[in-house]
Ligand binder design. Structure first.
Ligand SMILES: Nc1ncnc2c1ncn2[C@@H]1O[C@H](COP(=O)(O)OP(=O)(O)O)[C@@H](O)[C@H]1O
Ligand SMILES: [Mg+2]
Length: 79
């Protein structure tokens, strides 16, 4: 089954690392949440998945499709 595979994602804003080597595998059909305190990086992670931000390092795949540098307006995971 395809899944969202987040591999070693790091997102830096200058010297600040909003995300540091994040790894997650999210399976299709499961309701999955990202939890954490304010400033933990939840929004940054979702913005990387949607393509609004692009990770500084690491990769995001949905099945075989690479989302890492996809545009939020052009990419369709279902297409
Ligand atoms: N556009 C940005 N520029 C600079 N720092 C940012 C930006 N977006 C988020 N951050 C920083 O990244 C860290 C994670 O923030 P964020 O992803 O918003 O966390 P959460 O959604 O879990 O509260 C925080 O330290 C925040 O200040
Ligand atoms: Mg947030």
């Amino acid at each position: 089954m395809p899944y969202l595979n987040i591999s070693d994602v790091t997102l830096s804003f200058g010297g600040l690392k909003a995300l540091s080597n994040v790894n997650m595998k999210i399976e299709e059909g499961l309701i999955t949440s990202i939890i954490g305190p304010n400033g933990a990086g939840k929004t940054s992670m979702l913005n990387c998945i949607s393509g609004f931000y692009h990770p500084t390092l690491g990769d995001i795949f949905y099945g075989e499709k690479k989302l890492t540098n996809a545009s939020p307006t052009r990419f369709q995971i279902w297409g």
